[in-house]
Design a protein around this ligand. Structure first.
Ligand code: FE2
Length: 175
């Protein structure tokens, strides 16, 4: 079930990144650094674990059990003006997620005032590219394999139709 997949994703994968990060920074100056500070200067395993903690927290915050469908609030107008329509945004983020080779993330970002869709590989994330993240979808296989096997496009469709937390997206746009 969807609940099983999300529980598994949260309790197994997300927790592993958190545990690895805590272990890596224990007893180092990074122990008191913010997650963003670590991400922006880290490389290698420390970057991977810190960025994956940030990415997953951001992903969960961007989901709501009563979400999905057309946007609401200010981001609805912004998507309309910057993409032409919600359908065009939906097409672009679906394609970005489906065509990300291997593991990664598809994002709605604010690029200096203009909304864009980008995709990143593995743990990479918008803040490393001077882009402001507004929403993301996890397209690592562990995000969808239990429910959809290899059907990543179906997973993306279900999330877009049922789970996008537009209030969270609006907070990020305003913040
Ligand atoms: Fe994940």
């Amino acid at each position: 079930s969807g609940a099983e997949a999300f529980e598994y994703h949260y309790s197994k994968h997300h927790k592993a990144y958190v545990d690895s990060l805590n272990k890596a920074v224990a007893g180092t100056p990074d122990e008191s650094a913010s997650l963003e500070e670590i991400i922006l200067k880290a490389e290698g395993p420390l970057f991977n674990n810190s960025a994956q903690v940030w990415n997953h927290t951001f992903f969960w915050n961007g989901l709501s059990p009563n979400g999905g469908g057309a946007p609401t609030g200010a981001v609805a107008d912004k998507i309309g003006s910057d993409f032409g329509s919600y359908e065009e945004f939906r097409k672009q983020i679906s394609e970005a997620g489906a065509t990300q080779f291997g593991s990664g993330w598809a994002w709605l970002v604010d690029n200096g005032g203009k909304l864009e869709v980008v995709k990143t590989a593995n743990a990479d994330l918008p803040m490393k590219h001077d882009l402001k993240a507004l929403w993301t979808i996890d397209v690592w296989e562990h995000a969808y394999y239990i429910d959809y096997r290899n059907a990543r496009p179906k997973f993306i469709e279900v999330v877009l139709d049922n789970l996008v937390n537009w209030d969270f997206v609006n907070q990020n746009l305003a913040g």
